[in-house]
Design a protein around this ligand. Structure first.
Ligand code: ADP
Ligand code: MG
Length: 729
């Protein structure tokens, strides 16, 4: 056995749970202590500064530099009693994860004495000189400078000795270089469009905000075993590994009791989350061995997304302390479930109405149906944009796999709602008696709440499921920044709602009553979007065929899926709603394609190295042992007996030889294809070459290695095996 594997297993045997104790028996004593929230603002800020922040958050009013000085000073005073010495602008570049550059509060005053300073200017804007983040060409062409600017809508927080200010990240020329900037624009767009549709029902609605409740799935692997797997360390997934004789067949892990070491990790993670004001609520085992899930109570999208980024960061940092490595990759292990990050999404008015929850009266239910039907249309028209928004090198290994939503978009509504919609389109509204009450009675709309209450309808195979009071977008990858999906969904919804409103307005101009205009527009949308509704098994082969008949798109090829960021409809949404300008959209696509290319390139290199340096030598060693054995047999037995005794060993030697030869040939060919792809000037061509010419080798090579794993003596196998990685206690 390799030393790494041996020591890793030895360490594993002596692992104990890390002791974790609650800071207090009252959650209230420590919840949010690391956040500069409303309460602390009131405590640490002068009245006018506090008011200025509220106006900035609620009404988007700018904050003067003098007020910013007051706020910065208040923040510093608060942070200092947590022993904070540094501050950072915390932002979300287009890589995986977040970025920060820490500066000390230290400064010299006019007399040259050391003081601690944090000014409004430093709070509002910084130039982090973060010139090596991906920018998709924006910054190479002009100025290499990028700026971060304070996002007042997300509160500052403290991690270790650093005060973190959530910021957007933009170029010198004003183009977005991050996820947050377009997200804030998409949220503003959906606010405006949804409010205007709400006003058809209730004049009092002034704002609509979007909510997000993410469910984060992840794997934990023992740290020592992880360190002994170069593929996990470098790519986040196993590039080889025969499936374990037992994995998830018995479903005995799902919702089972959580191993003690894992509980300790989860407990500490939750404590740290609570200190940061992240309302995590649910923890449980997932379907695959060593797979878990964490979900908070939903919050507004921007905050929820910041919190998800923070949680992923916290997980990685805390895992080490518990001798684990956390795997956020969507498909770390072949043959068992991958990890997703369901995005539960809803729209809510400032009057407290959840627009995806049935109302208490017929009018409320019409409002609900209006938004529901607009979601149907939004997804129907924007399948390509939604798919592009969740597609990545890592997620592509999970999508379309057995346990994950396929890359075909569809919506599950449940039987009762489906019936309501089917009834709806059967009605004829041209009659003069289109009294809202009459119609709703006929349609049973007034009974929606009861209907939904007793529904236990759940469809786990739908990529976009209605779950009673929200939609759940399940195709999002576990390692993704939720903003990708949330930008697409909210921008597309804004676009859809505007078109819907325009249609209703037009009908009214043509002389229809508001009620009739609404019914007409809804009926139209229900009929048009019908193909997107699917109640059956989304993982089945028949669905693929049925979806094709319905004209729904199904794209597995990563660059091809990503290119649809620039489809006519995607452009209508992203450019049309001013989420991106032309330069930003082009750069976003370039960044995504390049990210894909680089990830496959790294996987291909790592696999090539491991195959040649770890696997082939091990195979040859074992083969030599078999040859030695044959020579011994020949010495001891006569020719006839030798022939009969040695047959199986000869076969095995032959098979190992063939596999070694094949592996070497495939690695060589893969390297050649990579070289060819790398020489391509155009980043789009390069991405396609990686998808079509390089990626297929990964599976082919792996297949031989996984067979060898079963043929070669366990004693000398160099890498920890699936059964070891997946069954940590
Ligand atoms: P399940 O696994 O059954 O889908 P969970 O309880 O694990 O459910 O997660 C559901 C997520 O949906 C939680 O984050 C929850 O806060 C969130 N959620 C519940 N209601 C809404 C809503 N109206 N809008 C957005 N998210 C919601
Ligand atoms: Mg869910």
């Amino acid at each position: 056995m390799s030393k790494m594997r041996f020591f890793a297993l030895q360490e594993l045997a002596s692992r104990k749970p890390v002791e974790v104790s609650l800071p207090s028996d009252k959650l209230n004593d420590y919840y949010g202590i690391h956040v500069f929230d409303q309460q602390k603002m009131q405590e640490y800020l002068p009245k006018e500064a506090y008011k200025a922040i509220q106006d900035a958050i609620d009404k988007g009013k700018p904050i003067s530099i003098e007020t910013a000085d007051l706020i910065a000073n208040g923040m510093k005073s608060w942070a200092k009693q947590l022993n904070v010495t540094h501050y950072t602008h915390w932002f979300q570049p287009l890589t995986d994860g977040t970025a920060e550059k820490h500066d000390g509060f230290i400064d010299f005053d006019e007399d040259g004495d050391v003081i601690e300073r944090f000014s409004g200017k430093l709070l509002i804007q910084q130039e982090p000189d973060a010139s090596s983040f991906p920018s998709g060409g924006i910054r190479n062409t002009f100025e290499a400078r990028g700026y971060t600017a304070w996002d007042v809508s997300s509160p500052a927080f403290v991690v270790d000795d650093t005060l973190c200010i959530p910021t957007i990240f933009i170029s010198y020329t004003g183009e977005a270089l991050d996820y947050k900037t377009p997200l804030l624009k998409a949220l503003a767009a959906v606010d405006k469009a949804a409010t205007s549709v709400c006003k058809l029902f209730d004049e009092h609605v002034k704002r609509v905000h979007a909510n997000l409740g993410w469910e984060q799935e992840y794997f934990l692997v023992d740290r020592a075993l992880y360190d002994a797997r170069p593929d996990l360390c470098l790519t986040g997934r196993t590039l080889m590994g025969h499936s374990s004789a037992k994995d998830q067949q018995l479903d005995d892990h799902y919702f089972g009791s959580i191993p003690a070491r894992v509980t300790a990790f989860m407990k500490e993670l939750e404590i740290e989350c609570y200190k940061l004001g992240i309302p995590v609520k649910t923890r449980h085992n997932e379907a695959a061995p060593n797979q878990f899930e964490l979900a908070p109570i939903f919050e507004n999208v921007n905050l929820a997304n910041d919190h998800n980024q923070l949680v992923m960061d916290l997980m990685k940092r805390l895992a080490g302390k518990h001798n684990f490595s956390v795997l956020l990759h969507e498909k770390p292990f072949n043959g068992v479930n991958g990890s997703g990050k369901h995005n539960n999404w809803s729209l809510c008015t400032d009057t407290g109405v959840n627009l995806f929850a049935p109302g208490k009266n017929p009018q409320g239910n019409m409002l609900f149906l209006t938004f529901l039907v607009n979601v149907l249309m939004m997804v129907y028209k924007n399948q390509d944009l939604l798919r592009a928004s969740i597609m990545s090198a890592t997620n592509s290994y999970r999508l379309g796999g057995n346990e994950a939503p396929p890359v075909i978009l569809s919506i599950f509504l449940g039987k009762q709602l489906t019936t309501v919609l089917d009834e709806f389109v059967k009605q004829d509204y041209s009659s003069k008696s289109d009294q809202a009450a009459n119609l709703t009675l006929k349609l049973g709309i007034d009974r929606i709440p009861e209907i939904l209450l007793d529904t236990t309808d759940r469809n786990r195979t739908s990529p976009f499921a209605f779950t009673g009071n929200r939609f759940e977008f399940r195709a999002v990858g576990s390692s993704a920044n939720c903003a990708g999906a949330m930008i697409a969904i909210n921008a597309a919804m804004a676009n859809q709602l505007q078109e819907f409103k325009a249609m209703v307005d037009k009908f009214m101009e043509d002389g229809m009553s508001k009620t009739e205009a609404l019914f007409r527009a809804l009926k139209d949308a229900i009929v048009t979007s019908a193909p997107i509704r699917f109640e059956g098994d989304g993982y089945s082969e028949e669905w693929k065929q049925e979806a094709a008949r319905r004209g729904l798109s199904n794209i597995n090829n990563v660059p091809e899926a990503l290119m649809l960021y620039e489809s006519e409809q995607s452009r209508a949404v992203l450019i049309g709603e001013h989420i991106f300008n032309e330069t930003e959209l082009a750069s976003r696509l370039e960044v995504e394609l390049e990210k894909f290319t680089k990830k496959v390139q790294i996987e291909s290199r790592v696999l090539g190295d491991l195959a040649i340096n770890h696997i082939v030598p091990t195979a040859v060693t074992y083969q030599n042992r078999l040859l030695e054995n044959l020579r011994g047999l020949r010495e001891v037995f006569d020719a006839e007996e030798y022939e009969s005794l040695s047959a199986d060993r000869k076969d095995l030697i032959r098979e190992i030889s063939l596999r070694v030869t094949e592996i070497k040939r495939l690695v060589k060919e893969m390297t050649e294809s990579r070289k060819k792809a790398n020489h391509m000037e155009n980043y789009q061509e390069r991405a396609f070459a990686y998808e079509q010419e390089v990626k297929p080798f990964l599976e082919q090579i792996r297949e031989h290695i996984d067979k060898l794993e079963m043929e070669i003596d366990d004693e000398i196998w160099p890498l920890p095996k699936y059964r070891e990685l997946l069954f940590t206690k």
